[in-house]
Design a protein around this ligand. Structure first.
Ligand code: ZN
Length: 285
């Protein structure tokens, strides 16, 4: 039996099952401090029976360098109490199993890639637009890491002159993509979430434009075939269509991938992250 954790800033999703597509039991616990959250999760797994491996898709930043003594750590997160947390080491010790570890978005990208691969897809990026903005990338079946994991939410979109009065809310960069288009950025700017604003409110077009610029950048820099847009903000009615249309407009018919470049919603819906975490476990057995 495989175990999986989708470790998020607000909740931990826990699951067990014989394979990534057969989750037999799942359970959600709120994310508090690590001293409370991690033992509670370990206790739940222990009560499910014996695991052969555990996969963790985690919020970050995390250390993914296998050669580092800090592999499997959540590193310099601003989330109170979680900096320098050895999350993979904790579960490896507590459950006595091998642990697969990656970012939550790389796990989601992996699961979406496997869902799309039978249709011939060989490259896929997953962008989550929610409390934060992050992205994962899978090429030829492998999650891509450079010297660390990508931080796709912290690129700088071009801004229309009339929208520059909003400084953005990223503590590091101000008006990076996350500082402009994440859920908290939208609330800081317009006083409501995107789905609470009327469909003809200019916020929809502005947010879609910023996210579309990220999609275009992924198409233009790595010629990725698909960009999957997940996360809470992405569930706003009409937003996915606006992003896809704006991305096509930005490409202006020039990119050699043409209409093979696609922006789409997650095929696995809410299950992309936890399914991908199961795949990280499966890879170890
Ligand atoms: Zn930033």
């Amino acid at each position: 039996m495989l175990g999986a954790i989708e470790a998020g800033g607000t909740k931990f999703v826990l699951a067990v099952g014989p394979s990534p597509h057969e989750i037999t039991v799942r359970h959600t616990i709120p994310t508090r401090d690590p001293e409370t959250t991690l033992p509670e999760a370990a206790q739940w797994f222990a009560a499910q029976g014996t695991l052969t491996a555990l996969g963790i898709g985690s919020f970050g930043p995390v250390e993914l360098d296998r050669a580092s003594p800090r592999w499997g750590f959540i590193t310099n997160t601003p989330k109170a109490g979680w900096a320098d947390c050895d999350i993979a080491g904790f579960f490896g010790k507590a459950l006595g199993v091998p642990v697969g570890f990656d970012t939550d978005v790389n796990a989601a990208a992996l699961a979406e890639y496997r869902a799309a691969a039978p249709k011939g897809c060989r490259s896929l990026a997953y962008l989550t637009i929610g409390t934060g903005i992050g992205g994962g990338l899978v090429l030829d079946g492998q999650p891509v890491h450079g010297i660390a994991h990508p931080e796709m939410g912290h690129i700088f979109p071009r801004r229309a002159a009339e929208t520059r009065e909003f400084a953005g809310i990223c503590p590091h960069h101000g008006d990076c993509l996350e500082g402009l288009a994440s859920g908290p950025a939208i609330i800081a700017r317009w006083g409501a979430s995107l789905s609470e604003l009327a469909p003809d409110h200019p916020a929809h077009g502005i947010v879609a434009d910023y996210v579309a610029q990220a999609c275009h950048t992924l198409f233009a820099t790595i010629a990725v075939e698909r960009v999957v847009i997940g996360g809470g903000v992405a569930k706003t009615a009409g937003l996915a269509e606006r992003i896809a249309a704006r991305t096509a407009q930005l490409g202006a018919g020039y990119l050699p991938g043409g209409t093979r470049h696609r922006v789409q919603s997650p095929a696995l819906g809410e299950n992309a992250g936890i399914t991908g975490a199961m795949m990280l476990a499966e890879a170890l057995v």
